[in-house]
Design a protein around this ligand. Sequence first.
Ligand SMILES: Cc1cc2nc3c(=O)[nH]c(=O)nc-3n(C[C@H](O)[C@H](O)[C@H](O)COP(=O)(O)O)c2cc1C
Length: 286
Amino acid sequence: MNLNNSTTKISKELLDFALSSVVQSPNTIEENRRKLMNPTTQQMLTRGSIRKFDASKPVSKELLDHLLTAMIQAPSYVGGQQFSVIVVQDPAQKEKIYEYTMPASGKGMTYIQQAPIFLIFVMDFNKIETAMKVENTEIQVTDSLEALLIGTVDVGILVEAFTVAAESHGLGTVTVGAIRKCSAQIIKDFNLPQKTFPIVGMAVGFPAEGVLPKVTPRLPLSGIIHYDTYNAQGFSNVLAEYNETMKQLYAKRGIELSWTKLLSNYYSKPIYKDLTEIYKGQGFKF
Ligand SMILES: Cc1cc2nc3c(=O)[nH]c(=O)nc-3n(C[C@H](O)[C@H](O)[C@H](O)COP(=O)(O)O)c2cc1C
């Protein structure tokens, strides 16, 4: 199929096909997708987070700059680029982040130590405030919840842009939201000024020898995509089957878990309750 001649109908077909075939069975990836897949969608469909890196294989400065340049071409709210990214390469700094993010189980995220690069994605209205001084205006958006939405969405888009760029060059990545567990330390250690906030981190490097991404099935499209109106039934219809698929997948990976159990483990309590105060301490208000 010539994708250059795609119509809206074909684009939707591509979307449906690309996403829903993941859930049928990871084994059918090759067979089902040949028709519409191009190198970009193939890469996106077969990706998975990497948590074991080749610590001895550095990422060259040229490659890193190339990926970062591709990343910042992502869209941002009003073109304001409400973000900064800190590239952490110093082993001692990475070790600190590893320690800060240590869960109660004591099983730390060793990939933070291993990966040659750890990126910290920061929502940044400090630079916006500086730019506004040119116009003698005062920043006030940071007194509204909207600032958090603008900054977080901008950062989220960057994260995916970097992920796609990095994976296309054979690198592996894993996003690390756990840095919000240690926001205060990150702010202090990396000298984050007022009106900035660390949103997520990302370990980046070449996968360790023999490590390939594992494709984790997503919900079928009918559990996620709604046409013309929200319809909760779509999700209810597929929940049991998806839960079973995930239960079997976790079992194959040696973990006794289901998707609903995972969600319950994470979401049946408030998370990082001190964030509100740290956020306010950075000069933001809701
Ligand atoms: C915002 C965000 C935060 C995440 N935080 C962590 C984290 O702290 N530690 C971790 O091991 N994985 C983390 N992940 C990775 C997810 O667990 C992973 O993307 C998800 O389980 C799906 O697996 P896949 O990426 O291999 O398809 C995070 C992902 C996102 C998008």
